[in-house]
Design a protein around this ligand. Structure first.
Ligand SMILES: *[C@@H]1O[C@H](CO)[C@@H](O)[C@H](O)[C@H]1NC(C)=O
Ligand SMILES: *[C@@H]1O[C@H](CO)[C@@H](O)[C@H](O)[C@H]1NC(C)=O
Ligand SMILES: *[C@@H]1O[C@H](CO)[C@@H](O)[C@H](O)[C@H]1NC(C)=O
Ligand SMILES: *[C@@H]1O[C@H](CO)[C@@H](O)[C@H](O)[C@H]1NC(C)=O
Ligand SMILES: *[C@@H]1O[C@H](CO)[C@@H](O)[C@H](O)[C@H]1NC(C)=O
Length: 363
């Protein structure tokens, strides 16, 4: 115990003052786990095809191409803004010093719940490793805040979001040319395995002090221009088997939320219906949802330095797999403040941040 107690109080006081000075930040910190839908630069430093730190990515983002897989802000960027953060949550790859007091983004394009997911594209940070990265952040926080108990106290007040599973289907189960999972397991069995592993990972996150946790379900993976081009739809609107996978996963995930809330009574997990909110974004009347806004290469990512569509708000997809900022904004807003009862379960992020769980945790 190198530092004395008054230093801890002083540090927390300074953080509180900083928040007040900067406006209405509703929580001290926001930690983000996920895949390319949330990656904000972690893959830039990896040897992988799944990195996009080049134009035209970021064409509508204040800092240009940052590694975000879209033209502007991601869904978690929008959520951070709604929570009152003055800056975007920094990527783990470059976060340093006291930046981490506001949270860290560990998300990695092509990554999954399973370690091997996405390996055909190169390096990535699977969820197990994202959790290891979070452990190193916690050690750094102990250095800043002085003691373990102050750090626990701090971490219990943050928001956490996790969005995983998309790549375990897109870049694993449905790629039999690279992965054996579809030969070894039925879709039911594979989904059950994913959910079991994910549940353990979420419990680890809880063990690391997370108490307010929002989980994004899998999106409409069968309706992306990339999936439709690759697999065909056999007369349907989307690739049916992939839509089935997504719905199966999401149904089970919602049950996991129920169980975790029943078992871990000093924490609250919520389920965000990313699939349904994403589907509802059609109310934005996109001119085109069948192809992305930018000219793409064979892997579905934008070709570097090609001119994208003029008006990005007319498109649902930016490249062959990733939504435009317009969709991200729509999903972020409804995750934060639900419009339909089915958007979030048991309630939305705005209610999660208001919860006072501390009486239960520190009695
Ligand atoms: C995945 O990799 C991590 C190393 O980052 C390892 O600790 C973990 O045991 C692996 N998980 C599985 C299920 O093999
Ligand atoms: C997949 O199965 C083939 C044939 O059974 C085997 O040779 C290969 O090593 C397996 N690949 C993986 C990644 O398990
Ligand atoms: C395509 O649809 C037809 C009619 O619904 C069905 O009989 C057939 O099995 C489907 N083919 C594939 C590859 O899904
Ligand atoms: C919750 O607790 C019950 C009873 O101990 C157990 O059977 C179940 O596996 C637990 N669920 C989770 C998600 O931890
Ligand atoms: C872009 O498209 C949106 C939606 O169709 C429309 O409201 C807006 O006026 C367009 N903007 C420009 C600059 O054309």
């Amino acid at each position: 115990m190198g530092k004395s107690w008054w230093w801890v109080i002083a540090a927390l006081f300074m953080v509180a003052l900083q928040q007040i000075a900067e406006g209405y930040q509703q929580l001290p910190c926001y930690f983000i786990f996920g895949d390319s839908l949330a990656d904000n630069g972690n893959n830039n430093f990896l040897d992988t095809l799944a990195k996009v730190n080049y134009a035209p990515y970021g064409i509508d983002f204040p800092f240009g191409p940052t590694g975000r897989f879209t033209n502007g802000r991601t869904t978690v960027d929008v959520i951070a803004e709604l929570l009152g953060f003055q800056n975007f949550i920094p990527p783990f790859a470059t976060a340093s010093g006291t930046d981490i007091l506001f949270g860290v983004n560990y998300a990695s394009g092509s990554a999954g719940i399973r370690n091997e997911t996405g390996q055909q594209l190169g390096e990535r940070v699977p969820l197990d490793m994202q959790l290891e990265h979070h452990q190193t952040t916690i050690l750094d926080l102990v250095d800043i805040l002085g003691t373990t108990w102050a750090t626990e106290w701090y971490l219990s007040r943050c928001l956490y979001s996790v969005g995983m599973g998309n790549n375990d289907y897109l870049n694993n189960y449905f790629l039999p040319e690279y992965y054996n999972t579809s030969k070894e397991y039925t879709l039911q069995q594979f989904t059950q395995l994913l959910i079991q592993q994910y549940t353990q990972q979420l419990k680890t996150l809880y063990d690391y002090g997370a108490r307010k946790i929002a989980l994004f379900g899998v999106g409409q993976i069968g309706c992306t221009p990339g999936s439709i081009e690759k697999y065909g739809t056999n007369g349907s609107t989307c690739v049916e088997i992939m839509e089935e996978a997504s719905q199966l996963f999401n149904k089970k995930l919602k049950s996991v939320v129920e169980e975790l809330n029943a078992n871990l009574t000093d924490a609250k997990f919520i389920y965000i219906n990313y699939y349904a909110i994403g589907a509802d974004s059609s109310v934005l009347n996109f001119k085109d949802s069948s192809s992305g806004c930018c000219p793409v290469a064979i892997d579905g990512e934008c070709i570097a330095n090609q001119i994208p569509c003029k008006n990005r708000t007319e498109f649902a997809f930016w490249d062959s797999y990733h939504p435009t900022e317009a969709v991200n904004k729509f999903i972020g807003e409804r995750s934060y403040s639900a419009l339909e009862p089915s958007d979030a379960y048991p309630f939305d992020i705005s209610h999660l941040v208001l919860l006072n769980l501390q009486d239960a945790a520190y009695k």
